[in-house]
Design a protein around this ligand. Structure first.
Ligand SMILES: Cc1cc2nc3c(=O)[nH]c(=O)nc-3n(C[C@H](O)[C@H](O)[C@H](O)COP(=O)(O)OP(=O)(O)OC[C@H]3O[C@@H](n4cnc5c(N)ncnc54)[C@H](O)[C@@H]3O)c2cc1C
Ligand code: SF4
Length: 331
């Protein structure tokens, strides 16, 4: 690990100012991802600004009729919050599908959005990786790519975003509130993470000197018809090969609103509005779910070891929608 200096503040403005004044500094929250990356010499900040004492660790009612999750609320406190369980059970379920109880006690909601890919080559500094070292090449495209993306890839990078929580936040159409030296702004969740393109080193649209202060959940939480299906190599403590967050509103057997977001298949949670529109006004049937799955996976490309994900994702979508519509049991 490289040497670094450390400071801690309880004021948001001070944290933002400190970050803006040193471009090689980083915020540290729960440290569950950043410390690993520093130990592996993937990240080497010269200064760490500990933000765990900032007053951003509460869940409150928002003026939009939804809930505001402070960026420093832990994943555990979010998943077990009574209001979240009652109004956004999909979010609670996705968080509990991730990591382990110990990690969720440390990991923060802001940090979860910014966790980096689990591509093996990204962690292995002996191998080329455009995300870690722009211009060096991508070891995964012709390498072992079982966990890699099948949608939205580029010839520079085929990494996935590993978060479970973000898949629900995409389906719920949350917003990310951020503060930087030039003030505050709100980023719609669909625009927060980005595809790799020619600059895979950039994971999201947050400016380097901006702090996430909160995540705003809209009033609509889909508490009645929802499912999170996470397919992985072990039943716990493993990242998703493919995951599906499905949220529906129903009038009898007819779907009136549909949201579907996929995890484990792209550099960001994957949504296709056309797939959701195709379900509206239709009965909840396997055939209609299959048609939505085909739209979501249109253009999917496998790279050898991960080609199985295309069929797996289609089947997972059909199953998750069936669970959300209560046509089949959740396991
Ligand atoms: C063994 C293991 C298994 C895991 N399994 C899963 C899983 O199955 N599913 C899943 O979703 N996740 C999983 N995780 C990831 C875990 O959820 C993340 O590491 C965690 O959410 C990151 O939060 P943190 O507060 O610890 O972030 P940190 O490690 O403190 O920070 C991560 C990054 O975010 C930045 N940052 C943090 N907070 C802010 C902020 N408010 N504003 C701006 N920048 C900020 C930091 O500078 C850093 O770059 C796993 C992690 C481990 C170690
Ligand atoms: S997929 Fe992306 S993160 Fe993985 S080796 Fe290629 S460039 Fe690096």
């Amino acid at each position: 690990m490289n040497s670094f200096t450390y400071s801690r503040t309880d004021a948001v403005d001070t944290a933002v100012r400190e970050r803006a004044s040193e471009h090689t500094a980083k915020f540290i929250a729960g440290g569950t991802n950043l410390i690993d990356l520093m130990k592996e010499n993937v990240e080497h900040p010269t200064h760490l600004i500990d933000i765990t004492r900032l007053p951003l660790a509460t869940i409150s009612e928002n003026v939009n009729g939804g809930l505001r999750l402070g960026a420093l609320v832990t994943n555990a406190d979010t998943a077990y919050n009574e209001q979240v369980i009652e109004r956004y059970p999909l979010l609670s379920q996705t968080i509990l599908a991730g990591a382990s109880p110990q990690l969720r006690n440390m990991a923060t909601d802001g940090g979860n959005l910014l966790q980096r890919t689990r591509c093996y080559y990204f962690y292995d500094t002996a191998t080329p990786c455009n995300k870690r070292e722009p211009g060096s090449g991508c070891s995964a495209i012709n390498g072992y790519n079982r966990i890699h993306a099948i949608l939205g890839t580029s010839d520079q990078c085929i990494a996935t975003h590993p978060s479970d929580m973000c898949v629900a936040l995409a389906a719920l159409e949350a917003e990310v509130r951020v503060k930087g030296p030039n003030g505050e702004r709100t980023i719609p969740f669909a625009e927060f993470h980005r595809l790799p393109g020619d600059t895979p080193e950039i994971d999201n649209t947050l400016e380097p000197d901006e702090l996430i202060t909160a995540i705003d959940l809209p009033a609509k939480g889909f508490p009645d018809y929802f499912a999170y299906l996470k397919l992985r190599d072990r039943a716990s403590y493993a990242f998703a090969l493919v995951s599906v967050a499905a949220a529906l509103e129903m009038d009898g057997d007819t779907i009136t609103t549909a949201r579907i977001a996929l995890g484990g298949v792209a550099h960001k949670p994957w949504r296709k509005p056309e797939a959701e529109t195709a379900l509206v006004g239709k009965p909840a049937t396997k055939e209609n779910f299959q048609a939505a799955a085909d739209i979501l996976l249109a253009g999917a490309q496998g790279f050898g070891h991960n080609t199985f994900k295309i069929e797996l994702a289609k089947r997972a979508i059909v199953r998750a929608l069936g669970q959300a519509a209560k046509l089949e049991p959740t396991e």
